[in-house]
Design a protein around this ligand. Structure first.
Ligand code: ATP
Ligand code: MG
Length: 434
């Protein structure tokens, strides 16, 4: 095959620069010495043709990865590695801390649809044959005599040029339905489409109800990646085209406002991250909240029973509050009452509310005020200081702190002096405390 003999050295030099190539050359040389040839595989090869910088490098080895990692550590200045016995993989880091994954070439056999494969050591051809799409089934030789030579047994290059995702065989989606969602992500990220026969394979896989055989954990992992996509609105239009909405909700969303909602949700997340870069935020939680517009709680519960979603009770609590939020806020007159309502919603839920009710400026302003100011307002006294003022430790102290917080939010107190006077007026402190 002509594509097989192409030497990509000029392209590699142009795209990646000397340091990365030197590192790969050294690994290729050492692997050769050990008699276990090494190849660059997977996404990095695809990204090279797409002229995108590949952050992760995967190297497939026809032999023992730990032995190669050990030899690299001994021979490459500053190199070190971690070995993961469970997967037989090694993460090799160079002196600059740049990491690269070493995995043994393997042959896979699927004992049942959607089950995890049985794995055996194999050569590079077997390793390419187990992959998801032709565009991801290319390899580059790293051995010194052939460094930079492309192996492209399934003509992935042609498919890449045509923007087509093509499986390597007709049972591919049945063997591993996560490939369907991987395909959806690649289609979204690289503006590709399934090859015509793969649309047919998708249809067959859905007719066979293949996703019911996939473990909830594996499904959730793929959905999370999906929800984290920058171009999520594009991915959702593909969910419609590929008839996959059932994975996320019982029926497709009735209106076409979903992409707008999600776009707004992403904007709110960006707004928050810019304001509070330290805020830990699981993006997929607000995204799910948005996706579950107009879905009943029992239906949502049904999905959550299957997925290992972190913070599920938090998420459910938010979903209970969100539909009535504009009314609840409208009834709250005092700033402290509004803040108390927001306090009952997670930060992710607040962002979702800001997206859902973007055309309600009062609600959005109130949410912003809570996130930016109210939730972080330092109290004039902490518990210890209140005790030195004569209050006893215990639940009543907590109550007093809450009252102080509310008085502060309502503008009744602003410093230690007027807070102390306020406590006296409330009868919480005696008129002349020590
Ligand atoms: P990116 O990392 O940019 O999302 P990638 O193609 O590198 O894209 P990874 O998930 O890192 O994707 O996987 C690396 C390679 O492993 C893929 O290119 C593909 O060849 C193979 N692969 C991963 N998951 C599967 C799968 N479920 N079935 C078959 N091959 C897979
Ligand atoms: Mg990758």
């Amino acid at each position: 095959m002509e594509a097989d003999s192409a030497n990509l050295l000029p392209l590699l030099e142009k795209q990646w620069g000397a340091a990365r190539l030197d590192h790969l050359r050294q690994i290729g040389r050492i692997a050769q010495q050990l008699g276990t040839p090494a190849y660059l595989v997977g996404g990095a090869v695809r990204d090279l043709f797409l002229k995108r910088y590949a952050p992760d490098l995967d190297v497939a080895v026809e032999g023992d990865t730990r032995m190669l990692a050990e030899a690299c550590k001994a021979q490459i200045h500053g190199a070190h590695y971690q070995f993961h016995a469970q997967f037989g993989t090694a993460i090799l880091e160079d002196s600059q801390g740049v990491a690269l994954d070493l995995a043994q070439c393997r042959l896979e056999h699927y004992p049942a649809p959607a089950a995890l494969p049985e794995v055996h050591p194999g050569n590079i051809h077997a390793d390419l044959a187990r992959r998801d799409f032709t565009v991801n089934a290319m390899a580059i030789r790293l051995d010194p005599q052939h460094f930079g030579i492309l192996l492209d047994p399934y003509d992935g290059q042609t498919d890449l040029q045509a923007g087509l995702l093509r499986t390597l065989h007709s049972r591919s989606f049945l063997d591993d339905p996560t490939r369907i969602l991987r395909g959806l992500r690649f289609a979204t990220r690289f503006q590709m489409d399934l090859a015509p026969e793969c649309h047919q394979q998708l249809k067959q896989a859905l007719q066979a109800d293949i996703f019911t055989q996939l473990s909830g954990a594996r499904l959730w992992r793929e959905l999370r990646y999906l929800l984290e996509l920058e171009a999520l609105p594009v991915a959702l239009s593909l969910l419609t085209a590929w008839k996959l909405w059932f994975l996320l909700r019982p029926t497709p969303p009735a209106s076409n406002t979903m992409p707008t909602l999600l776009q707004r949700g992403q904007e709110q997340i960006q707004w928050l991250s810019a304001q509070f870069p330290e805020e830990p935020l699981a993006i997929f939680i607000p995204m799910l909240t948005l996706i579950w517009q107009d879905v009943t709680l029992p239906d949502i519960q049904h999905y959550l029973d299957r997925w290992p979603v972190p913070d599920r009770s938090r998420l459910l609590a938010d979903l209970r509050v969100l539909p009535g939020l504009p009314d609840t806020l409208l009834k709250a007159k005092r700033p402290s009452q509004k803040a108390n309502i927001w306090q009952g919603v997670s930060v992710a839920g607040i962002l979702a509310a800001m997206a859902i009710y973007a055309d309600n400026p009062t609600l959005v302003d109130s949410a912003r005020l809570y996130l930016q100011v109210q939730r972080r307002l330092p109290l004039p006294f902490n518990g210890q200081e209140l005790q030195t003022l004569g209050l006893k430790a215990g639940p009543s102290l907590g109550k007093t702190l809450k009252l102080l917080r509310e008085a502060q939010l309502d503008g009744e107190i602003s410093n230690k002096e007027n807070a102390q006077q306020w406590l006296i007026k409330q009868g919480i402190l005696p008129p002349n405390p020590l």
